[in-house]
Ligand binder design. Structure first.
Ligand code: N01
Length: 529
């Protein structure tokens, strides 16, 4: 157990924190629970006013999960309260809040505290973190900011001049009354296809601006019966069995997605049949039929998106947007469509998150600069060379298109918790993934991705960075990731024992607090080179 060096009082001066976790979505909250269980000393900073991350922020009408409910929870906190086979956002948010309460970690989370920057201090061998609640010095930082947290706004000429209501899907303005209004939705991704059916019946007219038609599959969503809900609560192993079956079924998709896309053909046929079943109009059928291989972009699921598009008050517009004016949208063919409100459902900054620009590693370069040069590369999604004593959750190549991210997050929690345990038990002062470990790891990832539909399916997606590399998705079965993250592999890292670090010079004005627990007796030779 590490010594309790965290001083969370927000008095004058720099606060000393042992492990600083940034974010309290599924990843950050999970990290807090795991570190609390391991008896570690930590503080969580959360810029929002509650836990939940992307599930707290995405409150748009129709928001729901496209992963089955029983798979979409922590393995250590199954939720017998799910009411449907695919959960709506309010239930997921309520679940996350209930877990925070059950594991009593809220008191270790500082809400409404935004991290502005984090600089590795080569003198103190700690992270200097600037926040809007003052400065913090942390021995270890765990970044759990998530991939889908920074809304991406489209760079469309004139959009800043629009005079009506305009907001991003992840920042829904619940004060805006859309009833009886002319509304435009820009984008046809996972968020938009849930928003469109939810508002189509309320607005006077809806224009849906589609740049690329997505593949949409039927959604096997239904209410759980009272018998099932009783069994989830009272029959030992029943919910876990349901979860295991869902896990295995979903995992079979990896064969088609990552290894041999020919096996995705049955899914494509099912999606084509879905279009034929739900849309009569030939022209609309043509417009919604994608021109790339299924799976290349995230496969969407909906039973009410196509019927919503077929409504008389809804138009699907496929001519590109030329500009936005004060009161409407002009497409490239010159047509002007007046609207009262625009909903921007254009996704998130994933490979170019603005959070990268505020993290500065040991050579003074920001994570944004490093990723700009090399692409978003890391090691096991959890560490990046040049950024000592920093771990990432939902880092590079940990994303998924086919199953629950919570499974990947829990794999990373095993790894990062074990890393912190190792740092403490070996009395390590600084630890950093070796460049050769990271390069080798990324070479094998990119090799594995070569056969995937994401690389060969003929689409442009946010899975690929500007170098054309897929730096977001895990290229194999998720149990393979679970295996390689089961234990922290110290040999892949360069570390310096705390006792071998040069002493921190003491200045007249301020004497820095001890960097690492000093009163320890583990032999320094235990730290790997
Ligand atoms: O964003 P997206 P999202 N002009 O990036 C279009 C997760 N999620 O918020 O395809 C016009 O998928 C863009 O067009 P194109 C899930 O992981 C999960 O919908 O790039 N259009 C696309 O249609 C998902 O993948 C759930 O040509 C522009 C859309 O905007 C991720 O969140 C629910 C444009 C963006 O789609 C993001 O989904 C919801 C422009 N300038 C979301 N720029 C679950 O159920 C972009 N577009 C778990």
């Amino acid at each position: 157990m590490s010594l309790p060096v965290t001083d969370t009082s927000s008095g004058a001066g720099t606060r000393q924190v042992d492990t600083l976790i940034i974010g309290s979505g599924f990843a950050g909250l999970g990290a807090a629970i795991r570190l609390a269980r391991a008896g570690k000393d930590f503080l969580v900073l959360e810029r929002g006013h509650d836990v939940g991350g992307t599930w707290r922020d995405n409150t748009y009408p129709g928001a729901a999960c496209d992963v089955p409910s029983n798979l979409y929870s922590y393995s250590f906190a199954l939720n017998p309260e799910w009411t449907r086979s695919f959960s709506p956002q309010p239930e997921i948010q309520a679940y996350i809040e209930s877990v925070a309460d059950r594991y009593d970690v809220r008191r270790r989370i500082e809400f409404g505290c935004e991290v502005k920057s984090a600089h590795w201090n080569t003198t103190t061998h700690r992270w200097d973190v600037t926040t809007d609640h003052g400065d913090i010095s942390a021995r270890v930082v765990v970044s759990a900011v998530g991939a889908l947290c920074e809304p991406s706004l489209p760079d469309i000429t004139g959009i800043e001049n629009f005079q009506g209501e305009i907001f991003h899907s992840a920042r829904w303005n619940h004060d805006a009354d859309l009833a009886g209004k002319r509304v435009a939705v820009i984008g046809t991704g996972a968020s938009a296809i849930q928003i469109v059916p939810a508002i189509a019946g309320k607005v006077a007219h809806l224009d849906v601006y589609q740049r690329t038609a997505p593949w949409v599959m039927p959604r096997a969503d239904r209410e759980y019966t009272p018998v099932e809900r009783f069994a989830f609560r009272h029959v030992p192993g029943f919910q876990r069995l349901s979860r295991a079956l869902q896990y295995v079924t979903r995992e079979t998709q990896v064969v088609g997605l990552a290894k041999a896309p020919v096996f995705l053909k049955p899914l494509e046929l099912a999606a084509r049949a879905h279009i034929r079943r739900q849309i009569r109009d030939r022209e609309l059928r043509r417009k919604v039929t994608p021109n790339f291989q299924i799976g290349c972009k995230r496969m969407l699921i909906s039973n009410n998106y196509y019927p919503a598009l077929a409504r008389p008050n809804v138009d699907l517009i496929t001519d590109g947007i030329a500009e936005v004016t004060a009161d409407g949208i002009v497409t490239r063919d010159g047509t002007v469509r007046k609207v009262d409100a625009i909903i921007v459902a254009t996704g998130f900054h994933v490979t170019d998150s603005p959070t990268f620009a505020g993290i500065f590693g040991k050579d003074g370069r920001s994570l944004a600069d490093v990723f700009d040069a090399t692409g978003m590369q890391g090691y096991k999604g959890s560490a990046v060379a040049g950024f000592p004593n920093m771990f990432f959750l939902v880092g590079p190549n940990t994303g998924l298109g086919h199953t629950s991210m919570v499974y990947m997050i829990e794999s990373q929690l095993n790894y990062v918790t074990d890393a912190i345990r190792t740092i403490d038990s070996h009395r390590i002062g600084t630890i950093e993934v070796r460049e050769d470990s990271q390069s080798e790891y990324n070479r094998s990832l990119q090799d594995a991705l070569r056969t995937s539909v994401w690389s060969n399916g003929g689409c442009a997606s946010w899975y690929l960075d500007k170098h054309g590399n897929n730096t977001t998705l895990w290229p194999g079965f998720t149990f393979e990731f679970r295996r390689i993250t089961k234990e922290f592999d110290l040999a892949a890292y360069r570390s310096v024992a705390a006792a071998d670090l040069p002493p921190v010079p003491v200045t007249v004005e301020s004497a820095p607090a001890p960097a690492t627990p000093k009163k320890t007796r583990t032999p320094r030779k235990a730290a790997a080179k």
